[in-house]
Design a protein around this ligand. Sequence first.
Ligand code: 5GP
Length: 211
Amino acid sequence: MGKKGILVVVSGFAGSGKGTLMRELTSRYENYALSVSATTRKPRPGEEEGKEYFFKTTEEFQAMIAADEFIEYAQYVNNYYGTPRAYVEEQLKAGKDVILEIEVQGALQIKEKFQTDTLLLFVTPPNANILKKRLVGRGTEPMAVVGQRLLRASEEAEFIPDYDYLIINDNLEECVKTMNEIIQNEHVRAFRNSEFIKNIREGLLNLSKGE
Ligand code: 5GP
């Protein structure tokens, strides 16, 4: 049942812990493929080309937009971010659930384009103070950028009701388990199994006629 992969979009405020969550999820369970985005943001210390992101100049990024190489892209706090198309399509076909860790504008583009083939999850810390502490504690951004990101987070919160599930990240272990269950349960949703339903209907009808 449900052999085709699901396009799983995970958004969350910067500092929500979703990066760690995604790394745990994809290393613990086999059925996930994590998409690597392209960005014009400069690498942070420890980030590697092709691992966290494909780092591009603005010109390179714009050329990729022109060549229709992204399934979605957006501007976020002065930089471009986009999801390269080829890897996503390949992995979905191979039956993997593909995880896109992207912000809300991109998530809404994906929902509009792929409709019921998607599952949208929003990750949030238990409260606003914890978010600020995590952003400041990370020490990778100047205070002005922390302020920008908090303002951006408050704007993003407006779109949470457009997501399918809200995941409150107060315990990493529980969160990883919950996310895996949510995604795997999606595969048995009736509407995702129209092929199975069609086959069993035909089979039953044939048997009822004694064939
Ligand atoms: P950061 O600079 O902290 O790595 O990422 C900033 C924001 O951009 C995060 O919310 C992250 O999820 C989002 N992001 C990363 N890759 C993509 C992408 O390919 N498309 C979109 N729309 N957002 C992305």
